[in-house]
Design a protein. Sequence first.
Length: 336
Amino acid sequence: MTRSALRARTRAGAAVVVLSLGLTACAPELPAPDPEAPPVAARPVLAPEQVEAVLDDVGTALEEAAAELERDAVDDRLTGPARKIRRTELLVAEELDTTEYVTQLPTETKSVMISTAESWPRIVLAVSEQPELQTERLLALEQPSARAPYQLWAWVRLFPNVELPAFAAPTTGSPQVAADAEGYLMTPDAAVAAYADVLSKGSKSDHAELFAEDPFRQQIAQIKKLQNKALDAADGKQTMTFSAVPGSVRALETVDGGVVVVGEMTALEDRVAEKGAKIAPGSRIEKALARNLTVKNEMSISYTSAVALYLPADDAGETPVVLGVEHVATSADIPS
């Protein structure tokens, strides 16, 4: 090869190298790996100070209604069984001219448990300060929709010396649990129904061994015994049947994987005596509720009740615990 030809070939090779380097320098950079962002932890639906403000508003409504014996005054801040019970208590107070039978409901709290639900309804549970000579109340607040205010949905009188399970801190929040959620000893709605069956049937209930004896269960058994003894002389009988209200369960998960459930129940007490006998109301509250009734040999008293239960996780090897109950007569009737 001649020198001129070799120089030409060398220049051509150099041009190719330069061109190759130029293409490499202008190539776009490969994208860096972009891993998925970690999931954002659910946040509590209210801050503790917001819960305090809600309870202040509830307390104001309760005070105004009791001062004026005005039932409609509670409608904006109470709902569910709380509204039914409070309206009845105010009616009885008006009839008897005393607030003796209006339940004390402190809205100052010892602790609060706040839902982390991202949809509605959303709930908050709070343990009240202790009223004088009585036990604390477990208050259940609910917000039914995004623009609705929080309302008091139910309250429960906690049993003496009862110990509530631990919840996550209010600033962390607690998962809200559906009525049919599994993973517990039983679903929340099934637990309320089982307890209602025990109250109705006592030791004959299929669930009698599931629940330990508690003060309310003992009270109902004693009432049945005394009522039947009194009616026996008139060839009579008393029965009381409890039922869980469908769709009336509110629940938050505890730190140990269990759940605290607040549910609504109704109860119907029937008293029947032989023909010609007359069954009179047995208490001042019943007299107020039966104010327009003609005394006969039959009477029915309807009750609205709320119960709080603790359900352990299904693998915890524990049994459910009844934490407290509220049970109030809300109407009286003469069966036709």
